[in-house]
Design a protein around this ligand. Structure first.
Ligand code: PLP
Length: 422
């Protein structure tokens, strides 16, 4: 009797478990496609020999091919077979972080010397933003984040998944295709004191519109007056002007004004280390004691997510930046990438003007960095794709990194065709 009851209990628990396990994920619907990765998929499926992908934000050479920098190749040669593959500490590579801070805060920064910066290696720029968003939620649980309109779409996902409420601030002015400076300053003034503001340090994605130095000074002043916290996403240092020092100007202005701030840095674009996932999150603190505490809490957030960051990309970066000759080569190569993009901006604009376009294309050369926010409508983009095999996001963003001497004429002609009667 006792045995049969036991058997019954066993059987029923199995059948309950079996039924449950079959229904666990029945309510799960497919996630919406990522708008950028969806563009790449459609591009790959198109058999046309004329097709162009100006959707993805990854650098291509003038033949349209992905690039591995010479300094990276040399660093890999030096690393190969020479180092073990032990875990990095929770905060990542100390050498890589040290070199990375110099790029953002300045080679001879007193803040670095005074150990006022809490910094950890992060999983590229995305990981740095996410770690900060989680940190913000944990230690300022009632805060919000102000995000520019528009912004890199993943910013919304990152702060959403960290459960930080989002507000927006004016940034792009559709008529002028430039900065909505008045709107931006108003939003800074009207936000509750002590709000968090997400700023793109340079080469704003997707618009390619950056504030001027004078405008940054004013923005810094207004943010300071309101006691807001500026968080800089710097995914393109060196990619805007070709000079990483110049591209750090906005941050340096804020530092001069005495802000406490946070920075997400990435080596995806400026070292071409996209898939290596190497970056850094730093938080400038009041003093060394606070920085030690903040760093320990950032590590505490990383530990249950991924324990410690990957080693190979960090070794590449620290090898390059730790060697004066390799660093010089890197600076030359970053400039080469930025210059090629700037050259393609001029070529695209000139081609459109030569075709007699009735529209102004001045913004192509006024905007900076990897992207040109063309002003084309979603319907015009659809025509580019359907009639000309040109792939890009429907917001009209052209990745200038995908434009080459070989395809710029074809691209200009297609853009002219879909916009001439607008
Ligand atoms: C504005 C901005 N932030 C962050 C990133 C993050 O890039 P990654 O995580 O590859 O470093 C990107 C990449 O496109 C970006 O455009």
């Amino acid at each position: 009797m006792a045995l049969s009851r036991k058997l019954f209990q066993h059987r029923s628990s199995v059948s309950v478990f079996g039924a449950r396990s079959m229904s666990w994920w029945r309510s799960v619907e497919p996630a919406p496609k990522d708008p950028i990765l969806g563009v790449t998929e459609a591009f790959l499926a198109d058999p046309s020999p004329e097709k162009i992908n100006v959707g993805v934000g990854a650098y291509r050479d003038d033949k349209g091919k992905p690039v591995v920098l010479e300094c990276v190749r040399e660093a890999e040669r030096r690393i190969a077979g020479n180092l073990n593959m032990e875990y990095l500490p929770m905060g990542g590579s100390v050498n890589m972080v040290e070199e990375t801070l110099k790029l953002a805060y300045g080679e001879n920064s007193e803040l670095i010397k005074d150990k006022r910066i809490a910094a950890v290696q992060a999983l590229s720029g995305t990981g740095a933003c996410r770690l900060f968003a989680d940190f913000q939620k944990r230690f300022c649980p009632d805060s919000q984040i102000y995000i520019p309109v528009p912004t890199w779409a993943n910013h919304h996902n990152i702060w959403r998944d960290a459960h930080v409420p989002q507000k927006t601030f004016h940034y792009y002015h559709p008529q002028s295709k430039g900065l909505d400076f008045a709107g931006l300053v108003d939003d800074i003034k009207n936000a509750p004191n002590g709000s968090f503001f997400l700023l793109h340090a340079c080469a704003h994605n997707p618009t390619g519109v950056d504030p001027s130095e004078e405008q940054w000074k004013e923005i810094s002043k207004k943010i300071k007056e309101k006691g807001h916290f500026p968080f800089f996403d710097m995914a393109y240092q060196g990619f805007a002007s070709g000079d990483p020092e110049r591209d750090a100007k906005a941050i340096r202005i804020f530092l001069e004004d005495g802000h406490l701030l946070g920075i997400a840095q990435s080596y995806a674009k400026n070292m071409g280390l996209y898939g290596q996932r190497v970056g850094c999150l730093s938080v400038l603190c009041e003093d060394e004691k606070q920085a030690v505490a903040v760093k320990s809490q950032l590590q505490m957030l990383a530990r249950p997510m991924y324990s410690n960051p990957p080693v190979h990309g960090a070794l590449i970066v620290s090898t390059i930046l730790g060697d004066p000759d390799l660093k010089k080569l890197w600076l030359k190569e970053v400039k080469g990438m930025a210059d090629r993009i700037i050259g393609m901006r001029t070529a695209l604009r000139e081609n459109l003007e030569k075709l007699g376009s009735p529209l102004s294309w001045e913004h192509i050369t006024n905007q900076i960095g990897m992207f040109c926010y063309s002003g084309m409508t979603p319907e015009q983009v659809d025509r580019l794709t359907n009639e000309f095999h040109i792939y890009m996001t429907r917001n009209g963003r052209i990745s200038m990194a995908g434009v080459t001497t070989g395809n710029v004429g074809y691209l200009a002609n297609a853009v002219h065709e879909v916009t001439k009667s607008a």
